[in-house]
Design a protein around this ligand. Sequence first.
Ligand SMILES: *Cc1c(COP(=O)(O)O)cnc(C)c1O
Length: 469
Amino acid sequence: MDEKRKILLKSLPKIDEVILLLEKKDIYSRASREIVKEMSQKVVQKLRDEIVNSSPTEKMKSNLDAANVAQTVEKLIKDLQSCRLQRLVNATGVILHTNLGRAPLSPEALQRILEVGSGYSNLEFDLIRGERGNRYDHVRDIICTLTGAEDALIVNNNAAAVLLVLNTLAEGKEAIVSRGELIEIGGEFRIPEVMQKSAAILREVGTTNRTRLSDYEKAVCAATGLILKVHTSNYRIIGFTEEADIVALTALGKKKGIPVVDDLGSGCLLDLEKYGLQHEPTVREVVATGIDVVTFSGDKLLGGPQAGIIVGKKNILELIKRNPLNRALRIDKFTLAALEATLIHYLNPDQAVSALRPLKSLTEPVTDVKKRASKLISILRKEKFTSLEYSLNNSFSSAGGGSLPLEKIPTVLVGVKNKNLSANRLEARLRQAAVPIIVRVDKDEILLDLRTVTEDEFGFIIEGFRKCL
Ligand SMILES: *Cc1c(COP(=O)(O)O)cnc(C)c1O
């Protein structure tokens, strides 16, 4: 080792010296002795590695005193103390954005989480009989009322629901699926891979664009465990196409004594056509075909917490409930509390549309979105940000979250140009605001889609611009 390095290594501060400085800054009110010590050792070790592995620089030398190290440690601990999972403003116009947490919850759902989570609860306790109860009982009646199903079970998410159903009904057996429905939903959910993990054997039938009832019928054999229909949530095959409808498939299953399952993806509980959108099959419609099992998400169109809802025939649901895998996939009390409150909104569909933000965003008249956009501009103008220029633009929002892939929902965007800052720079700064603002970028301007922004969030946007200009 050369002389320079040796000198640098010798001037590394002693851990005790660093800790003494940190104690003066009252560090133990932030973290324990063990954490402070370990963190200090790590920072010094990192400096040591730098000296050994790279060519020594003047800058390195200046970083070596105890005060510098103490400052680094203090900053690392402060960083750990601030929550990284944060609320933000989604101005992208993608209503169910999986990366942005999908559905915001209704005030009632949030209130229920607070109430149930603040104390003990009857999660698995039957208050009438005074004995052990079942966590699924709290929402079963309302789900059955809303969907017409005989029975219901809730797990962690829809991916878990599909896994559990496949494993229960087709472990070591064949699951028949159309080649046009071997979907991938973002984030590693691919039907063939889920199938493999469930220990069901994928039996593909038909072609990408056309699958007939007779294709399923020919594939049925002694090894068949179930027939699976998968809703093509995030794409459509159009043109020369054919698929077996669910009524015919259900009849085929009955004839052959094989359960039929529909992975519906987005759990639509109301008729979206009534609100001017494309028809999306509702859970009730699918259940009414007499199908054995339907699975869907809690946090897509349904507008609730992350959950996978399984509804269907009582005898089959009993089998699914008894699968030991169910215990590993079970949902917690917060989810149940929020889901219950979310479902209560649906007893009155118009109330659901006004209380649940994804539904409200999907169905709000574009004239109202425009009013909000104009209001945002007038508020921004009052702030006198001299470098900014504003515009109103007509455009389209999308449902996202693997729902209504072809729906182009008219919207109004607020365009913001900054004379001194590129659009990409402005976007990045807003993204790092105290309450981050996530926007679209188009050439030299940023675009805020007001369909996914509420008036309550204007304050965050103003604050975001104030801090980043
Ligand atoms: C979204 C989706 C899933 C996965 O649901 P998660 O709730 O995200 O786990 C599975 N199948 C279909 C058809 C979907 O649209």
